[in-house]
Design a protein around this ligand. Structure first.
Ligand code: EPU
Length: 418
């Protein structure tokens, strides 16, 4: 089993370069299958979620090369066969193959996707969209057999602005006949990245990034190129690290607009930083003020940053409240922060109260999921003594070279394999 060990208390200075966004890349790679030609995706992050997607691409018979972050995918000779549950259950994003294969072949057989255990995470909105576009969905235990004689564009209203359902609907609708309109679409930057890529291949999508997306179906998608946008959650995580332990820590390759809500919150609690068009330099601040945070879909405060931010809220004077509105089980980090000496009350499964300031002391903690793992890394950086984090595969799924990036700026952190 792999463990991350951190000796806390060291200042962070120097530069951290942000990688391509996990949640974009994991959709762009399956989207590539829709092309009848060769496509190229630049700035692919080196994370294990991408390895799992590659395994699926190769299993289907695609030719894939990945050098210097550039992935070239040739899916001219793929076979539309059932993806084994052992691979698809490794990550949430495997269901983007479900929609890409449905769009391309009008038939797909696949198992329920995996992903972090942070809530029930149903896929009813995706299935609703498939059905609205003309598909029949047969659910057999955890397996779905989805077939459409014709995919016909239509109006789809999503009950909630789901990132997955919005992308899945786009991936099918690009190959449907006529126009599809997605109402109450998610507005995350990752959706714009996927739509731009599809348009580059010849799709006709407008409105991505707003709550209404219009797609006019085309019969064929061709050669395409795109670049993965910088990971706003990875950026946010290292910005928080800078606010905790930074001495002019520079985070480079960011899109400030994508992290605006985090920056507003940093202003509110009293953090100081210097922002440019593509970087931020931040140092540790004292005398921070408490605040209230509520997670929401983009452009609201991202759920994926609430667990990392909790460590900074522990530094604030007074009681901060954090309300999680997207997932019903995303406070598993609290038990371990309290074990390290924090004073956090779980009010209910959607709200916690953080009583600050408190000092953390290193101990053994668990990365229960990806962002809880990032929270534990941040906690380890500020804690006195040694923090040992177990179950770190969750962290390596989504943070490229996290050990190296932090070591390079002065952290005492290493990976231990037993
Ligand atoms: N939901 C439904 N039915 C659906 C779809 C969603 O009830 O059919 C609910 C979910 O249960 C959840 C909410 O709607 O309560 C939002 O879910 P969404 O579909 O937006 O999330 P997702 O597509 O499964 C992606 C990211 C998550 C990120 C969320 C929200 C990927 C692979 N995952 O998940 O990333 O938290 O959007 O921004 O893109 C992470 O990176 O740590 C992570 C969990």
């Amino acid at each position: 089993m792999k463990k991350i060990v951190i000796e806390g208390g060291y200042e962070l200075s120097g530069t951290i370069e942000i990688s391509g966004a996990k949640n974009s890349a994991v959709a762009l790679v399956p989207a590539a299958l829709l092309s009848d030609d060769i496509v190229t995706i630049d700035n692919i992050p080196n994370i294990s979620d991408i390895d799992a997607l590659n395994e699926i691409l190769e299993y289907l018979g695609a030719k894939v090369s990945l050098h210097d972050k550039i992935m070239v995918i040739d899916s001219k000779n793929i076979t539309n066969k059932e993806i084994p549950e052992s691979i698809s259950s490794k990550l949430r994003a495997s269901y983007y193959f479900m929609s890409a294969l449905l769009g391309k072949y009008k038939h797909v057989e696949m198992y329920f996707p995996g992903g972090c255990s942070i809530g029930a995470r149903p896929i009813d909105q995706t299935l609703k969209a498939f059905k609205a576009l003309g598909a029949t969905v047969i659910e057999d235990d955890k397996k779905f057999i989805i077939t459409a004689e014709t995919l016909q564009g239509t109006m789809i209203y999503l009950d909630m602005p789901s990132v997955g359902a919005t992308i899945n609907t786009m991936l099918v609708a690009v190959k449907a006949i006529g126009e599809t309109i997605i109402r109450n679409a998610a507005k995350e930057p990752e959706i714009v990245n996927v739509a731009t890529f599809l348009n580059n291949m010849g799709a006709k999508i407008s409105g991505a990034g707003t709550s209404e997306i219009r797609i006019i179906g085309v019969s064929k998608l061709n050669k395409g190129f795109t670049e993965v946008i910088p990971d706003r959650i990875e950026a946010g995580t290292y910005i928080i690290a800078g606010a905790l332990m930074g001495n002019n820590l520079k985070i480079e390759n960011i899109i400030p607009e994508h992290i605006e809500t985090l920056l507003f919150k940093l202003n509110e609690i009293g953090c100081k930083y210097l922002l440019t068009d593509n970087s931020i330099t931040i140092s540790k601040s004292d005398k921070l003020r408490s605040t209230r945070i509520k997670t929401l879909g983009y452009p609201g405060f991202p759920t994926d940053l609430q667990q990392p931010l909790t460590v900074l809220l522990l530094r604030c004077n007074g009681i901060s409240t954090l309300e999680e509105t997207i997932y019903e089980n995303r406070f598993k980090n609290v038990e371990y922060l309290n074990k390290m000496g924090a004073n956090i009350n779980i009010v209910n499964n959607q709200k916690i109260k953080i009583n600050g300031p408190s000092n953390l002391i290193g101990t053994t903690v668990v990365a229960t999921d990806l962002r809880a793992g990032a929270c534990m890394v941040l906690a380890g950086l500020v804690a006195s003594g040694k923090t040992i984090i177990t179950d770190v595969d969750h962290i390596l799924r989504g943070y490229e070279n996290i050990i190296l990036k932090l070591t390079n700026v002065g952290a005492k952190i290493y990976l231990e394999e037993e």
